[in-house]
Structure formats: C-alpha cells, structure tokens
Design a protein around this ligand. Structure first.
Ligand SMILES: [Zn+2]
Length: 366
C-alpha cells in the first residue's frame, strides 16, 4: 500500500517576523537578526529534493483541512485558543517563549495540526500503508496553554485525541527522536496509561530543566513515560543501540494500536541546535526500525510527524532518507556528506561511554 505524504505550501508562510536574538553588550543590545532558526527553507528544500528525484511520484501527495475549533479543544483550553486567535488576527505577536507568529499564524498552526491528524486517520482507516506529515510549525514542545520552542499547537496529541474521539485507536505509542525533549507531549500524557510517550534527546539541551530519566509518569500513567537523555556526541551507533535496547523493548511491553514518531532531524551532525552526530543513514535506520516495530506490534500502522531540524543543507537529505525508507523506494538522493560525517563519529572511548549510559538505563527498566 502507498505511503501518504501530507504537506501544504501555506505552512511555509508561517514566520517569526522581526524576531532577533538580543545580546546585551554593556549598556547596549547587539541584535542577531535573520529570523527564527525554525524557517521554511529546510522543509521547502526537502519537498523539492523529493520532486526532482522522482520520490514524490511514488507517494500519495496531498494537503488536509485545518483542525476545527472542536478538535483543538480536545488538547488546548479555550482561553489559549482565544488569545492566540485574537493576537494572530491583530497583527501577530508572541504568547509563550520563542514562538512568535505573524497574521494568520493561528490558521497556519491549525493547518499544520490538520496534516498530522489527517495522516493518522488515513493510517488507522487503512487508506495508506503509512504516512509522513510535513507539519510546520512543529508541535512537541507545546503544552495545552503554553507555547514554547517554536511550537504553537500540540500537533501529535491533537491528532491522537481526534482519532480516539472517532474510535479509531486506543493505545498509542509516541516515540520522539527530535534532539530536544518532547516536554509538551510528556505534560499532556504524563498520567495517561494508554499513551506511551518516549523521548530520545540530548541531555540538558532544550528545555534544560525537563527530560530526566527518572520522570516515568504519574498516577495511572506510571511507567508510560520514558525519557532517554543521551550525552552530546552520541552518534549513529549510539542512536541505534538506544532504539534496540531501550525503545523497542518499551514498545514490545506496551503493545500499541499505532506508532507515531515525532520526527525531528536536529540530532544530525551539523544541526545548529543539537550536538549529536546523527547522519542521514541514522534516520534511514531509525525509520526502518520504527517500521519493523509497527509491523510486529500494530499491523504496520505508522505515522511520522515532522518536528525540528535546522540545517538548510542537511535536513533535506535526512528527511529524504526517512521518507524513502517509509515508502520502500528505490529512488535515491545519496547523502553528499556521508564520507565526511562517517569520519566524525565518536571514537572508541566515547562509544564505550555512550554504551555505558545505555547499559545503565536498560538496567533500571523493567
Ligand atoms: Zn528539536
């Protein structure tokens, strides 16, 4: 069955306006202009790379309707949605932390969430073998009433809650391999025993005060939250070991109805917001592992939802690797950096350290 690829040019029109980094120097402030690191270029280049190589021709490609107010209320309180909509209509602005938006920002965020929700619905109804939603703005940092880290609506949670409301699924596993902690997803599902939230991330990155291994869920959700903080420089082999020894066993124990990946590419070796040394080959291998888990546990039902990834040069090749794997495609956009990035992988001493950290986490799990 075909792979569904959901995207919409209008999501690339979301913007941060005159956003600038501000650095005090004595009595003055030095601005770093150039807009948000989360810019449309990474996504637009990915789509174009898929088109010129022919990969797009092998996929079912379309947009989707934005989520309705009723759909959004399943995760976000009316007070937040009203404030967001009012500011969006009034010229744009900022409501949380590092989440500026322009006029129309509310509608674009609802459209981004709609792409993810439509992909999940199609997978659950058997209309697609699997799906990739090129969502923008991303979602995994967004709490119900507090947007942060470029995320304005909780895309994956909104998709899951709509699918549940329609009786399409019950037990959902979300694996977040964005380099940053999925703090929004964790907050939404911390006490939910029917949603397994796994986050693989660089320790002490963003947010610096969340994502600890000891946070395992609350109340009835105890055991259904799994944070896997990894040291900077973990690299390709470390990511695959973390999947094989920590993520896959957690999925086997949980037995989901569907697997959703919060798919960031900012663990890549040249990402400006991460220090993890993953490569396009890593995302190919992780996607194949996700497909294997979905095939064994939930009839192959798998959705990848785009999150972070900030290298304009490299995200397109990482995204291509993941989507080509998802589609079982024979087309190729060979990673032009592969030989150099292979040489930058951790040496034996660092590899042993990463392994020891994974050993310690594995020993502490049931
Ligand atoms: Zn990220």
């Amino acid at each position: 069955m075909t792979t569904l690829f959901l995207h919409d040019e209008r999501t690339l029109w979301h913007g941060g306006g005159q956003y600038a980094g501000l650095f005090p120097v004595g009595d003055l402030v030095q601005p770093l202009v150039g807009g948000l690191p989360e810019n449309p270029e990474t996504k637009r280049r990915l789509v174009n790379l898929m088109r010129v190589t022919g990969l797009m021709d092998e996929l079912a490609e379309r947009s989707a309707p934005p989520l309705t107010h009723e759909d959004l209320l399943r995760v976000h309180p009316a007070s937040y949605l009203d404030a967001f909509k009012a500011k969006s209509d009034d010229g744009g602005g900022e409501l949380g932390m590092r989440t500026p938006f322009l006029p129309g920002g509310y509608e674009i965020a609802a459209l981004s969430a709609g792409l993810v929700a439509d992909g999940l619905t199609a997978v659950l109804r058997g209309e697609a073998g699997n799906a990739y939603a090129l969502s923008r703005p991303p979602g995994h940092h967004c709490l119900p009433d507090w947007p942060n880290g470029f995320c304005l609506m909780a895309n994956v949670a909104l998709a899951v809650e709509r699918a549940r409301a329609h009786g399409l699924c019950h037990r959902v596993a979300i694996v977040d391999w964005d380099v940053h902690h999925g703090n929004g997803t964790e907050a939404i599902y911390l006490s939910d025993p029917d949603t397994l939230a796994v986050s693989l991330h660089q320790e002490n990155n963003y947010p610096v005060d969340t994502g600890g291994f000891d946070v395992r869920g609350e109340g009835k959700g105890e055991g259904a939250n799994l944070n896997l903080p990894l040291p900077p420089g973990t690299g390709h082999a470390g990511y695959l070991a973390a999947w094989d020894r920590l993520v896959r066993p957690a999925l086997d124990r949980f037995r989901p109805d569907v697997l959703v990946i919060a798919c960031g590419f900012d663990a890549a070796v040249v990402d400006p917001l991460g220090r993890m040394l993953a490569t396009a080959e890593t995302f190919d291998a992780l996607t194949r592992r996700a497909m294997g888990a979905a095939a064994d546990l939930c009839g192959g039902r798998l959705l990848l939802a785009h999150e972070g990834g900030y290298s304009e040069a490299y995200v397109p090749f990482c995204g291509y690797a993941a989507i080509a794997a998802l589609a079982g495609s024979g087309t190729a956009a060979p990673d032009p950096f592969a030989a150099v990035f292979a040489q930058r992988q951790p040496g034996p001493e660092m590899a042993r350290f990463v392994e020891s950290r994974i050993d310690a986490m594995a020993a502490a799990l049931p």
